[in-house]
Design a protein around this ligand. Sequence first.
Ligand code: GLA
Length: 419
Amino acid sequence: MLISRTANRTWTALIVMLAVAAAVACGPGRTDKPSATAAGQPAASAAPAVDVSLAPVPPMGFNTWNKFGCNVDEKLIRETADAMVETGMLDAGYRYLVIDDCWQVERAADGRIVADPERFPSGMKALADYVHGKGLLFGVYSDIGPQTCAGRPGAAGHFDLDAASYAEWGVDYIKVDWCHCDDLHAPTEYARFRDALRASGRPIVLSICEWGRNDPWTWARGVGQLWRTTADIGDNWDSVVWIIGANSRHADAAGPGGWNDPDMLEVGNGGMTYDEYKTHFSLWAVMAAPLMAGNDLRAMTDETRSILLNKEVIAVDQDPLGAQGRVVIERGYGGQVWMKPLADGSKAVAFVNYSGGDLNLYVRWSQIGLPAGPARIRDLWAHEDKGVHTDTGKHYNERYEVKVPSHGTVLVRISPVTP
Ligand code: GLA
């Protein structure tokens, strides 16, 4: 991947900073938050560097759970792989095709995990080969405990054997859940799972799914590449609003190599309006969230495609600086303005309207960390240049203002113009 030298330097700084934080947080029995001062100190030379190479930017792909639940089989996976290529999803960056819960049914006499022979008669290796043949990467799901959330066999007692099976099959991504784990210590268990994956010899993304129960933002960097911060998403507006609020609190933890995961996308599943889905997708991008589509990719409406395949919004999510955006303006009447700094010095700015009617929202450059002067505006949903606006820092009326529909989001990129 092509990355700028500035981004490279930022990554190196982050790796060093976060290696210190991870070393603090992952000590035996420690779940306390790394302090701000610890992150600001020079790295101890003994601290192991966090490997950012598995997820330098938030992972993108598709996961079966939100749309299909336990109704998964190899036909669905093959057809979805085909659709990911044909619809342009792969070209847009969606690379991982992940089968969530219910692909597994039992353990064989030798302890190996067994895929459902009726639903996956060709076996997981053949399926992984098919997925790889399409240029995609392949993922599955397990659980730290003895059973998954849907009651299938979990990984407890079999981390090494399972990791070896995944490596044999060609698995590139494993989501690991936390059902039936109440008495266990999450940082220790997930670190053991990571070590089993490492020992398998195959680079495999570890998606930590303990729903934010054990403050993963304090210890998961260096253990997994993404960690859920909340309970499960639902295909409705209240769920999305609640998750945005909860996930926004952990912005410090996100960056190249490790990402807050506010759960998979519901775009295209039918429970929200077009504007609501655009807000859902915009905020996931501004929060540098993993973008795992959760709809039926074989049957997408034009509206759904226009959201999931909006490359200008995806570029905000995938920006190599890897900063998670934050709220910079809070309006009491249901409006928020978010800003995510981007590697080229520009800012992604989202104007979000949670209220029941239209809202006018605005920013001044000082509120988004830009110097006074001219800046070019690009509207990422309208795909329109909005011209150059100048905020001299002196006059109140020099601001960029937009009208936002109820539950909608206007997302722009604001780039300073150097004279
Ligand atoms: C949990 C996870 C979901 C999904 C289901 C599968 O609820 O949070 O994302 O994986 O289990 O059973």
